[in-house]
Design a protein around this ligand. Sequence first.
Ligand code: ADP
Ligand code: MG
Length: 721
Amino acid sequence: MLHNRQAMPTPTPERKPLSLPQKALRKMGLLRPVDLALHLPLRYEDETQLVKLADSRDGEVVQIEAVVKSCQVVFKPRRQLQAVVDDGSDTCTLRFFNFYPNMQKALEVGRQVRLRGEVRGGFMGRTMMHPSVQAAGGNLATALTPVYPSTAELPQAYLRKAVLGGLALALRGQAFAETIPANHLPPHSWGLAQALQFLHHPAPDVSLAQLEDHTHPAWQRLKAEELLAQQLSQLQAKRERQLLNAPVLAHSHSPQGVLAQLHAALPFTLTQAQQRVVTEIANDVARAVPMHRLLQGDVGSGKTVVAALAAAQCIDAGWQCALMAPTEILAEQHFAKLVGWLAPVLAPLGLQVAWLTGSQKKKERDTMLALVASGQAALVVGTHAVIQDKVQFKHLGLAIIDEQHRFGVAQRLALRQKLSDEQTNSTEAEGAFSAGDHTNSNPREPHLLMMSATPIPRTLAMSYYADLDVSTIDELPPGRTPIVTKLVADSRRDEIVERIRVQLTEGRQIYWVCPLIEESEALDLRNATDTHQALCEALPSVMIGLLHSRMPQAEKKAVMSLFVQGQMGVLVSTTVIEVGVDVPNASLMVIEHAERFGLSQLHQLRGRVGRGAAASACVLLYSLGEHGRLSDTARARLRAMAETNDGFEIARRDLDIRGPGEFLGARQSGAAMLRFADLTVDHELLDWARQLAPTMLDQHPALAARHVERWLGGKSDYLKA
Ligand code: ADP
Ligand code: MG
């Protein structure tokens, strides 16, 4: 092989296989000079001096010059390059798990090298892992050296060279020419080129404090740029969508209509908040423009009925509606509820509800697919199986995604893709569509309603979700008694068992949630199986079920239905019940190892109780772990849970504790995450960007396009998901 390649050199440079660092650059999305130039230092290092090994402290990052004493590839414990160097004061072992042939050369025995890295003073003598290596004797740096975010395959020296090369290229071209009209720049703003020069090439006299202070004008400029790019691309996505066609799902006032009959069949009256969002959605879907609306409401606020009403309006207009949930159990619950409400109304019209999941038998699935394709299934409920290739809708008018943050961005893109293909492929407009009043031939898309029980703090909604319309249910149905939350040390679990006994004699049901089962051994967690067994022994006359994600689907369903019907007193489960399960008779939620759960997850779990009229409680069992204390974040989370039941307040605190990542499940792509701006401090810049975006698109479209291209390149698609 090797021989061949040497005999016949590859004709074009593109054919040359990429080196490891080249691949790593690619993987990090650092392709264009602009991307490299916008890859900013994480911190800076002082390479202006040399030290002696004997003077270095354990854990210190140092720069030394030494002579190589030995160098070899060893295979224990795994393949690595190992060298020993001596700087006259002491020796040090170097280890490299990723290395290239030229590195072996640089570390040939007898060579004088300059090394830079963290010294560890282990039992076996001093070591350095992956130090940077260069020939000794070069000039010392005169200014601080930037350190870039990197990966193991990508050495700093290589990355630094690539970044500085990219910066030079980008500066020479017009890549960083001003895109923001002068009269719209924030006051005292630096130019972008100036800011990048400053951060990548610190002048000799610039101090570390200055460089690392994110209120510095150089950082401010980058944050402003980034926020503007985000706002522009989202506004752009929204405007593009507004050019698309969607079926007009007019509100039917007929008393025979599905909508009217559903209203009549509901066992409760809607809260004011529910009425308000129902109207917002009803108005949206009656327009010939695709709706993209996020319906947020705390757990238990009653989103399902809102979805059902939207579905009814859609069906009345002669279109199909799809409802998707992230798990089968949740999908099943919707199915049961919606069938209960809608099936009796649909049947006289010759319409049905179809059910699609991954675990379905082929025969059943084929029957369902036929119902969907023929249009006989007015409502299709299921998991992401609903968006698989084989599923062909006759005329999909509305897609509803429950717990949307649980769906990945790729799934959501697939959904939109599928839905628009579907519509573009069908040759003739159907039913109400042809009666619609659009005259353009732009592609069609169904309306999209996303539901989430994780309220999004205002700043996040304004930044990451700027392209969506948001409806909020900010009121719980009446008659709910607030849930009392108690923090209890794990050592007192016997008291909890007593409490369960009392609840059971009052005819109540109990959830007991454990952390993931597979981690039980490694993390010394008491797993669901153990807990189940212990409870069975303590409460021998009670039916106690066990539910975890590794069980076969049929078994899960059987357990769930025993609990839903009330025969089962206690349900021990892993977090499979996290979202959406609705059993009003359950009044006690015990969460084991609560310190290991995220805040929004805890809040979601707690929301499983307090759905009926009985006073409900949530017990957060925590254990202190090997250090005998809770981590600061765990403590902050548990305190938040004990102090408030308000989903918005919980969300706000979670943002403080964890940063935005937690909320952006659905938008967790590198492209969509803000790299520089910090929404907890940069409100003013966010407001500035929000105000400027429409003006830019209207009055300076070319500049706006250049700006988005600079920051997002080909990645802006992800923002549309
Ligand atoms: P979530 O918003 O968490 O999805 P659900 O839709 O599951 O909440 O509703 C929670 C419970 O409240 C369900 O049992 C539902 O039937 C009931 N519910 C919904 N709206 C009302 C209302 N307006 N009045 C009384 N109960 C309601
Ligand atoms: Mg729900």
